[in-house]
Design a protein around this ligand. Structure first.
Ligand code: PLP
Length: 375
């Protein structure tokens, strides 16, 4: 039996280190904020080439706090539009809506499955104030053209980096970083347990090149308070727990090797599978760092659901990211959008294969053989 993802196996190699780190936090008496959180903020900021990082409760909060902060800073206003890829996880949309802004869904490129510059350009209106590139499945959504359209139209670029920590763009970002999370003005990260860098519970982080944005996010996440018992904004409570920061500090030291092993598994799939019913994901050029393979997603036109059942019956778990795009969810039935044929087609064709770093070469061979014998 090979499940789609086994979180126990993900964390098993670090068991003793994690236990020691948890014991340290328990003994410290400091259960909110403090050095554990600061250390992780510094480590993630350094890794992504950004000057500021703020630990928050989860990835959705990270994104929505960025947008809320831009509002209190006067850079966004109620009803402003933020362009989002139509095939993303719904959290990208929710962050925009919850900040009182309007998500504008744009069809992705069918090959990279990411937002494109021309898609963004076609969706621009006089209310467009931001764009949220989502590095879906761990693949960097960035290009010179995307940077140009954002700069030309003075768009705030908020990366949804929930799936791509450790990935690196082939071309320059807006500032001096090429790392996912450092490409735009700000980025939201998720440490949800299934992500490549996952906590043992919820967690998230805001990254930014802008000191004022970082300060404002920190205040908004702390009841809108800039100093104790002085509340500047109508904020919320959104914090990264020290115990999760300590877990993540153990695991961040292994992130590169995790990402490398996932890339190795991806290459094994891509060189092994020859079944013409299955369309393989694009392999990144160059050093391969443009994708950290949060998911290895194949497309199976016509036969996706049948193939999922076939693999299930043979002990291989798969998942679908995502079966229904946000604009077709009941909560967005009022959302106006242009036709989104690519996102709607992808929802019926995508299938995520197991890609956990703990998979053995034999596991991968087993899955490749099953895929090639599917008729
Ligand atoms: C996981 C994820 C989020 C949300 O992160 P949470 O920590 O679960 O709130 C947002 N966007 C994308 C693309 C994600 O994959």
């Amino acid at each position: 039996m090979i499940p789609h993802l086994d979180l126990k196996l993900v964390n098993e190699p670090y068991l003793e280190e994690l236990q020691a780190a948890a014991a340290r936090v328990i003994a410290s008496g400091r259960y909110i904020g403090g050095g554990e959180v600061e250390r992780l903020e510094n480590a993630v900021a350094l890794r992504c080439g950004v000057p500021h990082a703020v630990g928050v409760a989860n990835g959705l909060d990270a994104l929505r706090l960025i947008l809320m902060a831009y509002k209190v800073m006067g850079m966004l206003a109620d009803g402003d539009e933020v362009i989002v890829p139509a095939n993303t996880y719904i959290a990208s949309f929710l962050a925009v809506s919850q900040a009182g802004l309007v998500p504008v869904a744009v069809d992705p490129d069918p090959v990279t499955m990411n937002l494109t510059a021309s898609g963004v350009r076609d969706a621009l209106t006089e209310r467009t104030k931001g764009v949220m590139p989502v590095h879906l499945y761990g693949r960097v959504a960035w290009s010179d053209e995307l940077a140009r359209v954002a700069t030309d139209h003075r768009l705030l670029v908020v990366e949804d980096c929930a799936q791509a920590l450790g990935a690196r763009s082939g071309v320059a970002g807006l500032f001096d970083s090429r790392m996912a999370g450092g490409l735009g003005h700000a980025a939201g990260i998720s440490f949800y347990p299934t992500k490549n860098l996952g906590a043992l519970g919820d967690g998230g982080m805001v990254l930014t090149h802008d000191a004022e944005l970082a300060r404002t996010v920190r205040a908004l996440a702390n009841y809108g308070s800039t100093e104790r018992y002085h509340n500047q904004y109508i904020g919320l409570n959104s914090r990264l727990d020290p115990i999760q920061a300590a877990m993540l500090m153990v695991k961040i030291n292994h992130l590169d090797e995790v990402n490398r092993r996932r890339a190795e598994i991806a290459r094994k799939y891509s060189s092994g599978v020859v079944n013409p019913l299955i369309e393989l994901p694009l392999m990144p050029a160059g050093d391969g760092l443009e994708c950290v393979w949060h998911q290895y997603v194949v497309r199976v036109p016509e036969h996706r659901d049948r193939m999922k059942l076939y693999l299930d019956a043979r002990g291989v778990g798969t998942d679908v990211h995502y079966p229904c795009p946000p604009h077709l969810q009941p909560c967005y039935r009022e959302l106006k959008h242009s036709p989104l044929p690519v996102a709607e087609r992808l929802a019926g064709e995508v299938l995520s294969l197991p890609i956990g770093q703990y998979l053995s070469d034999e596991d991968v061979d087993t899955i490749v053989n099953l895929l090639d014998n599917f008729r």
